[in-house]
Structures are given as structure tokens and as C-alpha cells.
Design a protein around this ligand. Sequence first.
Ligand code: GTP
Length: 338
Amino acid sequence: MGREQIPVVIVAGFLGSGKTTLLNHLLSASGGTRIGVVVNDFGSINIDAMQVAGQVDSMISLGNGCLCCLVDASGMDELLERLARPGAGIDVIVIEASGLAEPRDMIRMVLASDNPRLCYGGLVEVVDGAEFESSRQRHPELDKHLRYADLVVLNKIDRVDAERQESLRAKVIELSEGKPVLPTSHGRVDPALLFEQRPRREEVVRQLSFDDLAHDDDHSGHVHAAYESVEFSSALPLNPRRLMAFLDSRPAGLYRVKGFVHFGLAGHRQKHVLHTVGGFLRFERSRWEEGQAHHTHLVLIGSGIDADAVRAALAECVETDPAPSDKQAMLLIAPYLR
Ligand SMILES: Nc1nc2c(ncn2[C@@H]2O[C@H](COP(=O)(O)OP(=O)(O)OP(=O)(O)O)[C@@H](O)[C@H]2O)c(=O)[nH]1
């Protein structure tokens, strides 16, 4: 079986919003997941400490260049190629965009990559909750950045009065057009939201861990970003038309869908691995493991989603025809097949 694809997650956000803090949190809470990091300003990341802790296996610095200026997609490809080479053993790549980067260009560069080992892992836009209104006034383009986000981390919520938090969140949801918005402090997002977590590898000698090195260990009173996770399984095949209708109209708050689907149509009985991040959708055909019963299993993750409604909508996608023959329906899947 081939290696799983490596998601490339872009962390963007205005200057000082907390991108580096979020990245440091992901590194310290990643367990055994190996994160390859691309940063273009390493001033604030304590690289020596991370290397001591064995948390960062590969790090590529772009010095003082702005990442979004690398518009030549092949340049980005090369950069990602180095982190994606099988020998590096990297599970996920996180690009920390400089505060001035144009998120749309960053997404385009990642999507343009033709490296089959990589997949788009989403744009995480970090917002400084405390400075939100004043930053918007000075930089109206920030509103647009929110629209491109797959997930918005509403950071520094500890600096926002309790009575203002709800209206602030509502405003960010409105500007991001319904994207999942997670209020946090110190970027404490559950890494499971962004990538698969692996158990800590035993060979990593834990003399000194990043947790030990991190300065603010006091988690009391900190907000942990809340999200919902829904699981759906079916031993019966799914109807491709109905599944595509569900995916086309999925709520904006549904950040990720991952898993595999069984469409019981003759000629299309392979395992269809499904991966969505925000508005991005991809199917990949794969083989069922030896002896594995053909079935569907999906995990759906989002914020502000109605778990029962999502489950009910998926139940509606179950094939009712005992001998499905609508092969045309697979044409709806074809544009998303890799
Ligand atoms: N009170 C508070 N401070 C925070 C929070 N998150 C980050 N900070 C502080 O805000 C400052 C900026 O955080 P960074 O993580 O460096 O922000 P950044 O987005 O990487 O900044 P640039 O690289 O300059 O764009 C640092 O002093 C952080 O310690 C938070 O949730 N609450």
C-alpha cells in the first residue's frame, strides 16, 4: 500500500495575530506526527529548542523573502519536494506565511503542485481578536482574506471582554461567509483538526521535550477551540448522485470530511478515498485491503454544524436500489478524481 498523502496546511494571518504561537503549539502538541515546516520569518521560533526536542525534522527557511512572491509554482514545488521525499518521513507540512502574504496566491501555489505525494490541507487564517476592528480599518483587504480561509482561528480571545466575544465571532463568521470560526487563546487549536495524529514514536528519546521548553505552560483559564466531529458508516453502498448533492451543498462550517466511500456500481467498486478541506474536494481510487468488507466510513469535522442533520443527510445518500445501474452518476465524481 502506498504512503498516505501529506497535507500541506497554510497558516496565514495579519502581522502579530499569533501565527508563530499557533505553529509552536502544533509542534508541541503533535505527538508522534512529524511536521515539516516552511517559514519565512524565523525570528520568533526557537529552532534550536525544537531541534533539541526532535520536534522539527526538516525546516526550510526562505530568509527574508516573502513566500507569496514565489509565484512560480515550480519553485514552490521544489521546496515542498524536499520535505515530501519519502526519506524525510514527514506526515504533514505547515507553511507559515508572512503576515503580508496574499493567501490566495499561497493556495494557488499549493494547488498547482503536481507532486502526487502532497494534498491541500487548508488555509488557516489567524485573526487577532483584540485588534480586529482597528486592523480592519487600517487594512480593509483583511476582510477578503477571511473569505479564502477554510478555517478561521479567532485568537487572543483572552484579551476580548466576555460581552464582546459573541458579536466579534458573529462578525468574523459573516465576513468569512460561514466558515468555521474557532475562538482560541495562544493558538491552542487541537492538532487533530488539521492533520492525522500519530502516537509518539518510541525511538524519540524524551530527554527534553518541547513541552518542557515552552514558556507558557499555564493552561488554566485558556479557551480551547471547540469543534464537532461526526462519524458515519454504512455497510450498504452510497448513491453517487446523492452523495455529490450532499457534498455540493455541505455547510460552510464543515471544515473537513475524510474517509472512504463504497459505491456498489459495477466497474466502480474500488475504495473511493474522500478528502475535503473547506471548499476543496478530492476523490482517489484505492484498493480494499485483503478481506476488508466494502463499506463507507466518513469522519466529518466542523464548527457550528448540526451533527444530527449531517448524519441524517448522509443516511439519505445510502443506495436504495438493490442493483444500482446508474453509471452516469459516476461522471459527477470524475472531475474530483485524482
Ligand atoms: N494575550 C495573548 N497574546 C498572544 C496570543 N497569541 C499570541 N500572543 C502574543 O502576540 C504576539 C505575536 O504573536 P506571534 O505568534 O509572534 O504572531 P505572528 O502572527 O507570528 O506575528 P508575525 O510573524 O509578526 O506576523 C506575541 O507576543 C505572542 O506571545 C493570545 O491568544 N493572547
